[in-house]
Design a protein around this ligand. Structure first.
Ligand SMILES: C[S@@+](CC[C@H](N)C(=O)[O-])C[C@H]1O[C@@H](n2cnc3c(N)ncnc32)[C@H](O)[C@@H]1O
Length: 261
């Protein structure tokens, strides 16, 4: 059932998605040319790809917490690192996109909700070694494995917080300002809208919010529609797996783009 929803959403996306030719906004045109279509390869890409390969071959197991409705921890189970590496994060293509976005927007203070094994975090951190990345993960054993992965890549600019987003995020947002937030955990309608609403008061003109899995379910589609149509959002981009929102007031007329990636 879930997959049918995703397949239908993907067909709709393919029909609507534009390339740079159909885009008149200079802001979005530049984003397509300099971020989406940037084919450069960076040393970090190979390093992270090797780590991914190692994790995909690792059949040792970890105890993981499952986050149930309302995002309270409901139970724990055992999963292989192999299985987590294959299913919990996006492919390298989207990791490279995170890297290029941090580079392009010169983001310095980055937050990630959902570390998992830290592949996405590594792209964010390697994009700018002077930036600080804070990443939150609820499963302590997964977070420990991610820490070992960061060490193996020699990454020093990541701070890990272990706990439920519901408990960690509100006080963190009061203490620290972020210019780039990657929302990649607890892909449920209500939770996603809550995280957006909690982060919104601290957003400014430069802020970039990236949401993962915006078409995963009807609930995530609803969450994405309510986020992208929020009055504070001046421009939104749908890349099918990622939804990106901007708050730049220089974009006078609210714009929404479905772009091919
Ligand atoms: C999709 S994975 C993150 C993938 C990672 N960002 C990447 O790019 O490789 C989502 C992670 O969020 C964690 N998570 C889900 N709900 C949570 C919650 N309410 N509080 C804390 N962690 C949560 C899960 O344990 C899981 O490891």
């Amino acid at each position: 059932m879930k997959y049918w929803f995703l397949i239908r959403a993907y067909v709709k996306y393919q029909i609507r998605a534009l390339t740079a030719h159909g885009v008149h906004s200079p802001f979005v045109y530049n984003f397509i040319k300099e971020v989406l279509e940037d084919k450069r390869s960076f040393y970090a890409f190979d390093e992270i790809a090797s780590l991914r390969k190692k994790l995909v071959a690792d059949n040792s197991t970890l105890e993981v917490q499952d986050f149930g409705a309302g995002s309270h921890t409901t139970s724990s189970s055992t999963r292989s690192i192999q299985d987590i590496a294959k299913h919990a994060g996006r492919t390298a293509k989207y990791g490279r996109l995170l890297f290029r976005m941090v580079n392009y927007f010169k983001s310095k203070s980055i937050l990630e909700l959902g570390t998992s094994l830290g592949l996405g975090t590594s792209y964010l951190a390697k994009a700018n070694e002077h930036a600080k990345v804070i990443s939150i993960e609820g499963s302590a054993h997964i977070a420990r494995q991610a820490a070992a992965n960061f060490d193996s890549l020699g990454i020093k600019n990541i701070e890990q917080l272990v706990g439920n987003f519901d408990e960690v995020l509100p006080s963190l947002l009061q203490k620290k300002k972020f210019d780039f937030i990657f929302f990649d955990g607890n892909h449920r309608e209500e939770a996603t809208i809550n995280y957006f609403n909690w982060a919104l008061p601290y957003a400014d003109h430069q802020s970039v919010f990236v949401f993962d899995d915006i078409h995963w379910t009807q609930g995530m589609e609803n969450a994405w529609n309510s986020i992208r149509t929020h009055e504070a959002v001046t421009c939104s981009i749908d890349l099918f797996y990622f939804g990106i929102v901007f708050f730049n007031p220089e974009i006078k007329e609210k714009q929404h783009f479905v772009l091919r990636y």
